[in-house]
Design a protein around this ligand. Sequence first.
Ligand code: TMP
Length: 208
Amino acid sequence: MAKFITFEGIDGAGKSTHIAFVADLLRAQGLQVITTREPGGTTLGEALREVLLHQKMHLETEAMLMFAARREHLAQVIEPALARGDWVISDRFTDATFAYQGGGRQLPLAKLEALEQWVHPHLQPDLTLLFDVPLEVARTRLDATRTLDKFEQEKADFFAATRAEYLRRAAQFPERFRVIDATRTIAEVQQELKQIISSLPSQPGGKQ
Ligand code: TMP
C-alpha cells in the first residue's frame, strides 16, 4: 500500500541530503515515488513559500499561510498521488508547523490543532523521519555563502524551542516517528535509513 513519508528537523539538520537516497531505495523496489516539499509543492505553494521565507508578517498569518499552502499541496499533489498508489516523500509537513510556529514562535498549540483538523482531519504521515542535531551543529551546516532566509536568521532560543517541540511530538507519536541522530556521517545515517525502510510494512521482508 502507498505510504506517506515526511522528513523533518531544524534548519541545518541535513534532512534534504537524505531524501533522494530514500526515494531511490524505494524505487529500487519497483515502487512509484514522488518527492515534494513544504511550504511549496504546487505553483501557488511555491509562491507562498517566497512570501513566507522572506516577508515579515503577523505570526498567525504565517501559521495560516503554512496551512493554506498545505491545503493546496494536499489537494493537488499528495492526495492524488496516494490515491494512485504512489509513495509520497515530503520535505516537511504539519509537524514543522507545530515545531516552528508552535515551538519557535510560541503560538498556542490548540490553534494549530484547529487548523490541522480543518485541513487534514483524516490524514497523517505513515512515517516521519526526524533528523535531530544540537543547535551548534545545525548552525555550522547552514551554507554561509548564501543569504539566510527569515527562519534561518532566527536566534538560538528559537531553534532550541523548535527542536524541543519536534522531540516532544516524536515522544507523543512514537508509532510514526523515528528520531535519527543526524550528527553522524552521511554513510552511518544512510545505513539506519536502509534498515528503517526495509522494515516498513509492504517491503520485501517487512513486517506485514
Ligand atoms: P526548508 O528550508 O527545510 O525547505 O524549510 C523552509 C523553512 O520553512 C524552514 O525554515 C522551516 C519553515 N517552516 C515553518 O516554519 N513551518 C512550516 O509549517 C513549514 C512546512 C516550514
